[in-house]
Design a protein around this ligand. Structure first.
Ligand code: GLP
Length: 260
């Protein structure tokens, strides 16, 4: 796990976009894992700008959305398929048919989850997974207690997560209780994971999953088991880390050839 502490979300967005741009140069049909939430927005913003101004090409790229609410009608503005379309995929030249999301309106939820896992495998797996982290340490919607080897499945949201996400809906009563999410085992199979977090309200969460024990109570801690995870955080989110100086030192002296 590499921790990179940056001045702010603009720099975080730029560094993550660098990694995605390099990946697309190396592999034009790369599979991107797409997360929602506020944290990845600067990445999508920067990629849209580079597409517009420098022609960064997504024409062969593929995308898999990380998670989805259950029970929102198709096209609901807060469904994650819609959020990703609005915030990212409509702003670059990725083909709409190459962007997939778990089907939260499926009649047969277990079958939809299974089909999603198969679609990811058939695409050759996720090359680069973008992640945020919830205040309770969830990644995707893997709430505390999630099996560390879980696959795409239905989960029940913790009330705090519904409260956190109510800002996107009219009121908390409109936030679904159930969601579909790639499992922790699914996420661990991505070849490279980039998790972004900013702000003092994430400082304890970051400390818990980066430097605490690997435990289901803090789902993001499973990333300690992943061979290539990059954590991009700002100074505020890094403020509780015990080894912050070491992470800075390691990044400042990193051999150039290593990349992100
Ligand atoms: C939601 C999403 C997560 C995201 C989290 C944090 O719960 N399912 O994928 O990481 O929000 O969002 P934010 O970045 O807005 O704090």
């Amino acid at each position: 796990m590499e921790v990179v502490i940056l001045p702010g979300s603009r720099q975080i967005g730029a560094l993550a976009a660098d990694a995605i741009e390099l990946l697309l140069q190396r592999k034009p049909n790369a599979v991107l894992g797409l997360a929602t939430g506020t944290s990845p927005l600067t990445i999508y913003e920067e990629l849209a700008r580079r597409h517009e101004e420098h022609g960064v090409d997504f024409s062969e790229a593929r995308g898999f959305v990380l998670d989805e609410y259950v029970g929102l009608e198709p096209g609901h503005p807060q469904s994650y398929r819609e959020v990703i379309r609005r915030e990212f995929t409509d702003r670059v030249n990725i083909k709409p048919e190459n962007v997939h999301a778990p089907d939260g309106s499926a009649a047969d939820i277990p079958a939809a989850c299974q089909a999603y896992e198969e679609a990811i495998s058939e695409a050759g797996g996720v090359d680069l997974q973008i992640l945020g982290v919830g205040t309770d340490g969830h990644i995707g919607f893997n709430e505390p207690g999630s099996s560390l080897s879980s696959r795409t499945r239905i989960k029940t949201l913790i009330e705090q997560t519904r409260k956190d996400n109510a800002r996107f809906f009219g009121s908390i009563s409109e936030v679904p209780h159930h969601v579909l999410t790639q499992g922790l085992g699914t996420i661990l199979e991505a070849k490279h994971v980039i998790l972004v977090a900013t702000g003092a309200q994430k400082a304890q969460t970051v400390r818990d999953f980066v430097e605490g024990p690997v435990a289901a109570i803090c789902a993001a801690s499973v990333l300690q088991m992943h061979p290539h995870t990059t954590i991009l955080i700002d100074e505020a989110a890094a403020s509780s880390l015990k080894l912050a100086d070491y992470y800075r030192h390691a990044y400042d002296n990193k051999p150039q050839w290593q990349g992100l």
